[in-house]
Design a binder for this molecule. Structure first.
Ligand code: SF4
Ligand code: SF4
Length: 341
């Protein structure tokens, strides 16, 4: 384990940015935080989390896949990918780090999504333990550790120092580059920090929320539950919950005619939208109730059924704070799971 004084954090960022593009949460004018590329003078945000999750780095909201040029009856297919550079995402919270595993199981399973795979290969994740968890946090429900998040490097921030622990060869190589700024240390202060975080977690309002009622094999139990009607009754179908969610991974692929060719692109889609997966025969989910149910059944039943029991929610709390009608997965879990608060 290594550490340095927080006074030297800009030197740390400067050193990392010599090796690779560095992104970290930076305060925005509206008071929120967003991942931005670090440049001299930029400060690491104190915010617990960013509005948009770091999934954008591996699965961007919009990306060109390929281009077609036509001449007479000839079609030329052009690979529009540019070589992805190495990059570092700094300050990722435990919930968001876990979301990458959930996305990996979708995009890195055969047939592998090569666009996603190349970004995962180039990206280095530096996580940060949560010193100030929010009332909307419930990562513990899914056995995620805010005290010691995963990632290539884990960091802990105190009032005066920052501690670094490398977890992977990529992390070790990066930490080695910081050896001139950091110094070897023991884990005493980190262990104290972990205890403080656990104490805060044990006081949060959602500390007792359990996911035990859900999981694979529960489709028959929950699919026709009478509460879906009421829960989905006010849903606007705005898709906000899916766009802020670090684990939502639905997308659409479309062609855009440029006049001199066609660009094929993909962009995030939402199962909450009325035209989601609309096909020639029409839409397979005709009501908002069906669409709403699909989102939560996928996170709590279908995904774990196909992924060794892993839920596709990480308890980040973004949908709790962003839904315009205050509907969210916690309310669904309590109502459908039989433990309404
Ligand atoms: S649950 Fe909330 S955020 Fe999600 S689509 Fe419905 S109204 Fe929008
Ligand atoms: S469903 Fe909500 S709490 Fe769960 S990961 Fe998505 S945004 Fe976060």
């Amino acid at each position: 384990m290594r550490k340095c004084s927080l006074d030297k954090i800009n030197s740390v960022f400067s050193e990392i940015s010599k090796e690779a593009k560095l992104y970290l949460p930076i305060n925005q004018n509206d008071g929120s935080a967003a991942y931005k590329e670090w440049e001299e003078g930029a400060s690491w945000s104190e915010a617990l989390n960013t509005v948009r999750s770091p999934k954008d780095f591996f699965f961007p909201q919009m990306e060109n896949l390929m281009e077609f040029k036509t001449e007479g009856k000839n079609i030329e297919v052009i690979d529009t990918r540019s070589e992805t550079e190495d990059f570092v995402i700094f300050g990722v919270r435990g919930c968001d780090v876990k979301s990458f595993e959930i996305l990996d199981r979708v995009f890195l399973t055969e047939p592998v999504d090569s666009y996603y795979a190349s970004r995962r290969e180039k990206g280095i994740i530096v996580s940060t333990a949560c010193t100030k968890p929010a009332e909307t946090c419930f990562c513990k429900t899914f056995d995620i550790s805010p005290e010691e998040p995963e990632g290539d490097i884990t960091t802990w921030k105190t009032e005066t120092e920052i501690f670094f622990k490398a977890n992977t060869p990529k992390g070790e190589a990066l930490l080695e580059k910081l050896s001139g700024i950091t110094e070897e240390c023991d884990e005493t202060k980190v262990n104290e920090q972990k205890e403080k975080i656990s104490a805060i977690m044990n006081k949060l309002p959602l500390k007792d929320l359990r996911a035990d009622a859900f999981g694979g094999g529960k489709t028959d139990e929950f699919f026709n539950h009478s509460a879906w009607e009421e829960l989905s009754g006010s849903c606007l179908g705005c898709g906000t919950c899916t766009f802020v969610c670090p684990t939502c991974q639905c997308y659409d692929i479309k062609d855009f005619n440029t006049g001199s060719g066609v660009i094929r692109f993909r962009c995030w889609d939402s199962c909450m939208y009325s035209d989601f997966t609309k096909m020639a025969h029409g839409n397979n989910r005709l009501t908002q109730k069906e669409r709403f149910r699909q989102r939560f059944m996928h996170k709590l039943v279908y995904y774990p059924e196909n992924n060794d029991g892993l839920f596709s929610c990480v308890g980040c709390g973004r949908c709790l704070s962003k839904c315009p009608i205050s509907m969210n997965i916690v309310k669904v879990m309590k109502k459908i799971g039989g433990k309404e608060a």
